[in-house]
Write a protein that binds this ligand. Structure first.
Ligand SMILES: [Zn+2]
Length: 271
């Protein structure tokens, strides 16, 4: 499932040639993905110039000079194919510029696109309640201190809550808490300021490392023979149940369930 780093990598990949280009043609190969394509999409964006690309949480943004932003979500299996050599039956939306073709391909169709007035993006329902971007300047220890004040829920669960920080998935929360040395079970309101001061750069660090690698989903790291060796060695705690902690502190990684999902952590160095 594409997580924030995959979406960021996708946006950067598209931006390198799409930013500044004119959309000459749009082809919709079906009426919907998870949701119907927005009314007037082809009409509104044909001839539009792309004025910039961006990302909010796990959504990609293609801004245009028509005061309209094409918002895309990759769902479970979505990806953009640039200049595909052959068409694919799962290419649901195709954008053509003078130099390139961009096909939004999604076999499982959990992804979708919407067309939103650029000035009104912050009020778009999925964005209205989002916390700050983890890679932006608004995420600070002070923000977390305020957002978590008095909260009895576990810090792990509060970090997965998109209202605390936008776009963090399970892998990255587990990894960031290990890097910051914070016990995922600790009541969020009881996490100290110094610990939050460590947590903010830890979150950025795990995300930036994955962006550098082009994302971290299992699919991307399967070797040609289908094994997942790289995936298993890449993370400090995620998926490393019963293995020794990389800090060599004598701790063994534990897996517990929190909010119906697995958490991996080291009971020795995460307090
Ligand atoms: Zn440890």
């Amino acid at each position: 499932m594409p997580e924030l780093p995959e979406v960021e990598t996708t946006v950067r990949g598209l931006a390198s040639s799409l930013d500044g280009a004119r959309i000459e043609r749009i082809v919709l190969n079906r009426a919907d993905m998870r949701r119907p394509f927005p009314d007037g999409l082809v009409q509104r964006l044909t001839g539009a110039r792309v004025t910039g690309l961006g990302r909010r949480a796990k959504y990609g943004l293609i801004h245009t000079d028509r005061d309209a932003t094409l918002v895309f979500h990759l769902g479970m299996s979505g990806r953009w194919r640039i200049d595909p050599s052959t068409p694919d039956k799962h290419d649901h939306l195709v954008l053509e510029t003078a130099d390139h073709t961009y096909a939004l391909n999604d076999a499982r169709r959990f992804g979708f696109v919407d067309l939103v007035e650029t000035d009104a993006l912050d009020a778009w329902p999925a964005f209205a309640a989002l916390g700050p971007e983890p890679l932006g300047e608004e995420l600070t220890a002070d923000h977390l201190k305020r957002a978590l004040k008095g909260r009895k829920a576990a810090i792990k669960l509060m970090l997965l809550d998109q209202g605390t920080v936008a776009g963090l998935g399970n892998i990255y929360v587990c990894e960031a808490l290990w890097l910051a040395g914070i016990d995922p079970r600790r009541a969020a309101g009881k996490v100290t300021k110094p610990a939050l001061e460590r947590l903010v750069p830890a979150i950025r660090d795990v995300l930036e490392r994955s962006i550098g690698d082009g994302g971290s989903t299992l699919r991307d790291y399967a070797k040609p023979d289908g094994t997942l060796g790289y995936f298993a060695t890449r993370f400090a705690v995620y998926g490393r149940e019963a293995k020794p902690c990389l800090r060599e502190d004598g701790g063994k990684i534990r897996r517990i369930a929190q909010g119906g999902r697995s958490t991996w952590f080291c009971p020795k160095c995460q307090r």
